[in-house]
Design a protein around this ligand. Structure first.
Ligand code: OAD
Length: 247
């Protein structure tokens, strides 16, 4: 794949690179993207309903089991060459911030170090009342399981529709978007706020923005460089073109 020399130079010269990833980077690991039709057991399910506090209150058992199913898919999945290319990029960049909307934990499993999980991580569980992480609980027949401290239902440690993002994580992501020289938007439809504002913030602060996506998004007409294709194909070739990484 041919890359623009200007884009390669921008990446090589950047002291701070920020990356925003969405479900598209995990698609090649077999994890369905958010807006793909829900497959399998939950084909009829509307994620926007289940992934909400209201949905949990109305049907805690269904929501808990939907996340258990998603956890099983993610546990069986493996990081793909796109995740691994971002690890190599992080190792070759003085200051690197990986911001992800994904809750699958695959960036950390690939070896990425500085990861900001804007929407949480479905492998973690927290008390729905105390909002503290819970690592162990009595296995019983009640679903969802109960908090060992207070008896409230446990819930996945993810951001649901209508909930606020973790404040410190969002502050760090915003700081990275406004101070980086290069911002890559990878595998995201760039429509869900506040994550979708980050590439626009980077643009406003003069960063070179690169989009990696097989499809156009609202960001596409504004970015300096568009790489049309799958992240698992493009990213390893990009890191090789910039740093000679033999992926
Ligand atoms: P979407 O499902 O909205 O978008 C996935 C994007 O990935 C699309 O633009 C696809 O074209 C692209 N894509 C698909 N396969 C790809 C591949 N192999 N390589 C690169 N790109 C590929 O998922 P997100 O943008 O992540 O929020 O959705 C953002 C948020 O919306 C989610 O985090 C979730 C949802 O509401 C919460 O749960 C709070």
């Amino acid at each position: 794949m041919e890359f623009s020399p200007a884009m390669i130079a921008a990446i090589q010269q950047a002291s701070h690179i920020a990356v925003l990833t969405g479900a598209g980077i995990s698609a090649e690991s077999g994890v369905p993207t958010f807006r793909e039709a829900q497959t399998g057991l939950y084909a009829q399910v509307n994620p926007q309903e289940l992934a909400s506090l209201e949905g949990f209150r109305q049907n805690p058992m269904l929501v808990w089991e939907w996340y258990s199913w998603r956890r099983s898919i993610v546990t069986a999945a493996n990081p793909n060459p796109g995740h691994k290319a971002l690890v190599a990029m992080e190792q070759r960049t003085p200051n690197f911030t990986l911001i992800t909307q994904n809750v699958d934990g695959l960036h950390r499993r690939a070896g990425s170090q500085n990861v900001l999980e804007l929407h949480g991580n479905l492998m973690n569980t927290r008390c729905s009342q105390e909002n503290i992480l819970i690592t162990g609980w009595q296995i019983s027949e009640t679903i969802p399981p109960k908090c060992p401290n207070c008896g409230a239902f446990l819930r996945p440690d993810v951001v649901w529709f209508g909930e606020n993002l973790p404040v410190l994580t969002l502050q760090k992501a915003t700081q990275a978007a406004t101070s980086c020289q290069v911002f890559l938007s990878i595998g995201t439809s760039a429509i869900v706020e506040p994550a979708a504002s980050l590439p626009f913030l980077a643009l406003q602060h003069g960063a070179d923005v690169i989009e990696v996506n097989p499809e156009p998004t609202p960001l596409s007409k504004l970015v300096a460089f568009t790489l049309r294709g799958a992240a698992g194909i493009i990213l390893p070739e990009l890191v090789q073109a910039v740093w000679g990484w033999d992926h």
